[in-house]
Design a protein around this ligand. Structure first.
Ligand code: AVI
Length: 351
């Protein structure tokens, strides 16, 4: 399962091994920055630092242990949660249009690819020279890539187990072929705008001067729709939110009681973002890595932002990273957008 909603980590170098042409294989260098591989002490220190901050917070990457990933999959199927199905509708409906705009035959890179589900909708139309899904969950990624390879035997698929911010070094035979980064899912909304620009600058470096970015961006809309999407009636989002506390208990030996924290999610209209918090239902203390933290009744821990943009406000953000808005596609209710950017204006299409 992909790691969603993570804040940017330190970049590392991942070396792609393309000597095996048919089986999906890649070699990677040390990938020590993921939460999976960090030591318990480092995780405790990160949680302690977030809880010692004036505005207490927990990094949303802690949502995504195995159970949290299952809960997220359930969220994507909820009636209230429109982003996933809407993005799929856009990809399905506009695949050919998208290919016309972006050109065909590029090297297609997908950071945080996870199950490689959405790219399936584009592969035939885009006909990439090579598809490179990137994710830190090596086993899961390689299994997904192998399955995809069997469905699309004519497209070389070369997974890389690496952090989203890794510098992917492509082999010489792909030199000179334009690169396109595909980043669906509106994961960009889980970054603060400053973090988003940092991530987009990384994308800009990855694609070079003649590449592009195709990105899914959730749109500003009636707050009632947004509030429902993050407060589903079945309580799946609430369970997902609380699960980060169970995950932290497992990772660090902390003693959070998740049931003593309420799920809070609301749209902050002035900041254009959903905020998710966990609210202590009473006075309580929690011990993490030997340090005790006191919570007052109703005190909150921020667990996630999910920023919503307009097509224009996102284009402005991307411009800060040196990316030029070229085309965008939205559903008929204007809930969600797929936006295409290039590094240079007026660059020729690949074809
Ligand atoms: C992964 N990310 C785009 C989701 C979102 O909508 O921001 C995470 C999520 N949080 C609660 N529900 C879904």
């Amino acid at each position: 399962m992909a790691i969603h909603g993570r804040t940017p980590c330190q970049g590392e170098r991942a070396i792609l091994n393309l000597t095996d042409s048919d089986t999906a294989q890649a070699s990677t260098s040390t990938l020590a920055s993921s939460a999976e591989q960090a030591s318990d002490d480092a995780i405790s220190a990160e949680i302690q630092s977030g809880l010692n901050a004036e505005a207490r917070h927990i990094n949303p990457k802690y949502f995504y242990d195995e159970y949290g990933s299952q809960l997220f999959d359930q969220i994507t199927q909820l009636d209230e949660y429109y982003p996933t199905r809407t993005e799929i509708t856009i990809l399905t409906r506009f695949a050919e249009d998208i290919a016309r705009a972006t050109g065909r035959g590029s090297v297609l890179l997908e950071p945080g690819a996870g199950s490689c589900a959405k790219v399936r909708l584009l592969l035939e139309a885009l006909a990439p020279a090579c598809y490179i899904p990137i994710d830190i969950s090596r086993e899961f990624l390689f299994a997904a890539a192998q399955q995809l390879q069997s469905e699309f035997p004519h497209i070389p698929i070369r997974p890389v187990a690496a952090d989203m911010q890794a510098d992917i070094q492509l082999p010489d035979n792909l030199d000179g072929i334009p690169r396109m980064v595909f980043y669906p899912g509106s994961t960009i909304g889980n970054y603060t705008p400053a973090e988003a620009v940092e991530f987009l600058r990384h994308v800009r470096r990855t694609i070079g001067d003649n590449g592009g970015l195709l990105i899914g961006v959730d749109l500003q809309k009636d707050p009632a729709i947004l509030n429902l999407a993050y407060n589903d009636a079945a309580g799946v989002t609430a369970a997902f939110n609380r699960n980060c506390l169970s995950n932290i208990n497992t990772l660090t030996g902390a003693n959070f009681d998740p049931e003593r924290f309420r799920h809070i999610a609301f749209y902050n209209e002035s900041e254009h973002r959903i905020e998710m918090h966990l609210e202590s239902d009473s006075r309580q203390s929690v011990v993490i890595g030997g340090q005790s933290f006191d919570f007052k009744k109703n005190e909150r821990i921020l667990t996630e932002y999910s920023y919503k943009y307009t097509v224009e406000s996102f284009a402005q953000l991307a411009a800060e990273a040196g990316l030029h808005a070229r085309e965008h596609w939205v559903d008929e209710d204007q809930l969600f957008s797929l936006q295409y950017f290039t590094a240079s204006l007026g660059q020729p299409l690949v074809e």
